[in-house]
Design a protein around this ligand. Sequence first.
Ligand code: GCO
Length: 254
Amino acid sequence: MKSLFDLTGRTILVTGGSRGIGFAMGAALARHGATVVLNGRNEAKLEDKARELRAEGLEAETAVFDVNNEAAARSAMDKIVNKHGHLFGLINNAGIQHRSPILAFTTADFERVVSTNLTSCFTLSREAIALMSEHGSGRIINTVSMLGSQARPTVPAYIAAKEGLRALTRALAVEAGPKGILVNAIAPGYIATEMNNALITDKKFSDWIVSKTPLQRWGEPHELGGGAIYLMSEAGAFVNGHVLAIDGGMSVQV
Ligand code: GCO
């Protein structure tokens, strides 16, 4: 009896896949049978991480492109389809952060964050939906954030983009659903990743995060893997337009 969580035969592109949450999701998917294609901008780093998974006997490939480059992204997806016959899944995980008091936050910085964290998710999803529609099936997961409906100072672009990505998830879910494509989101809490190093090493801030999280700790990247497996598997075959919080309960604590 095939497990509900068996991803064998499913090829899944993970953007921002060379480290942190993206690599953790990719590794989890590969360990459940998927062929993962890790995306990033640094070819050497990507190859190292894909080699790490292949050393476990897993199916891992790389696709080097900047998610802001539509043509490069579409070309990478076409290559996946030409090699594997189907792009089953896309995880729009690539994201950047910029922290600054609002009065010093430039328009260029705001637009840069929104471009990577929101606009690129739209363009990659549109291209993926075009390819997935030919098969009548597919899955998209957007990495959003606990931040959005809740906020903290100095990260306005990130909050706006990630909340917009929640809304985009719902918009795509209703339009792609009739094509057999499910679109969902995962909302991490505060996870111990490179992007958050500055926060983790700031004892005052880190203590505050721990106090605001019912599990009283930072999350670990590997703790995002199960959610990705669920939403990419048969177990998630009727889940569409959902935002899965993986935040230790932080989003429900006052
Ligand atoms: C920050 C952090 C957050 C986390 C995460 C929280 O500066 O507050 O980078 O944005 O990364 O998004 O859910």
